[in-house]
Design a protein around this ligand. Sequence first.
Ligand code: FAD
Length: 442
Amino acid sequence: MGTSAILWFRRDLRLADNDALAGALAAAETVAPLWVTPRSTGHGEAHWLAHSLRALDTDLRERGAALTVRTGAAAEALVAFAREHGTRSVHCSRIWTPAGLAEERVVATALEAAGVRLVVSEGSLLVPPDGLATGAGAPYRVFTPYFRAWEQAGLPAGPAEAPERIPGPESIAPSDPLPDRRAGAPDPTSWWTPGEAGAKVRLAQFVDDALEAYDEHRDLPALDGTSRLSPHLAFGEISPRRIVAAVEASGLPAGATRPFVRQLAWREFAAHVLHHHPHTLTTPLRAEFVAMPWRDDAEGFAAWGEGRTGYPLVDAGMRQLAETGWMHNRVRLVAASFLTKHLLIPWQTGARYFAETLVDHDAASNVFNWQWVAGCGADAAPYFRIFNPGLQATKFDPDGAYVRRWVPELAEAKDRGGYPEPIIDHREARERALAAYAAIRG
Ligand code: FAD
């Protein structure tokens, strides 16, 4: 029997430009790919994962390997799998969240005790979260200088193609079934093709059809003006290196593509902030906000989640989220602002709801953006800048196409057609939010 390495797939469900895969192939004659299904997955992610893992298994089989699935704690599953295959090394990509790093430590210790080495690749970010620091050696808290340093860090070499052959071990240890689609969760296949092939097609379409006008269209939720690559990125089905390479190959001038590349840097800034301030998963970066007199409002929260606040843009967004697992960024901003300012419900409650429902959930981006909206994060919007959801709709959905798409009762009726009255008056809500903010400013 030849030597065998284990490739432990995590948030890197791709074969192209995957350093962990390249490492496993270099380390041994055969590669045994493993996925460990965690005991709990967000509702929004579960369905996507079911499709994505099937696509990954197909891609592996075409190259001579197959995906084995185990369920439960990664450390136990990997130790058992390593023993079954007589393996000396396990290869994986880093997940830079506190939970991902903690899992890595537990797995490394358990494998080491079994005489197996864990080899960790950097993961799916262009610049690792610990890779940049200010002149004073501190983490960045402001995006603009971070972005400047991020751009100067330069791009890593071009993305590697998927290997043509991935020789699997002769006998494959028994596999649990691939995780199933979850009943009741939104079906992403109406909107995306989960998996690496789908991600590549989506990227090519975006570069051909929407990249040039990205800056002009990115805030208009009725248009397909953004890439919608976020779930593919969240599952690591495509590397940001490949995205940037495709953008560069578009032939468009750098000035035209920079606004899009800048968004990829926001993703990495969020990872940077979380890495240096792991407590921001649950507590605000700006400590004074711990004392914010948030309200406990189960009814308001339910109306928000179900898209019946009586504010059409907020409700359209929340319904888009419920139906597709995704929401346009402009509307995420308005919906999150409504929850934290109009309803004065803690951002953590909103972030938990998004974590459970988003198909593109990313722990760093999610808590970062919630704190940004709620005025309590890094480089955040000031709390006293309170969106008027009506004006936001006029500005970003001027002919109401987005609202009509997701709140059909408003499209069909001349009056509000059974659509609820606003659950709170904008002016009253604004004053209440400002008073709450004044209370913590002392
Ligand atoms: P594009 O406009 O095409 O941008 C390209 C990529 O850049 C995105 O796929 C994403 O990876 C990254 N990006 C864009 N905007 C941001 C941003 N503001 N912050 C961080 N990365 C960004 N994004 C997530 O990926 N996961 C989340 O859990 C998440 N939670 C959010 C919560 C709130 C309250 C808000 C306001 C935003 C959140 N975002 C999150 C950021 C943003 O809304 C999405 O990344 C974006 O809408 C995805 O659509 P797209 O792929 O078409 O983006």
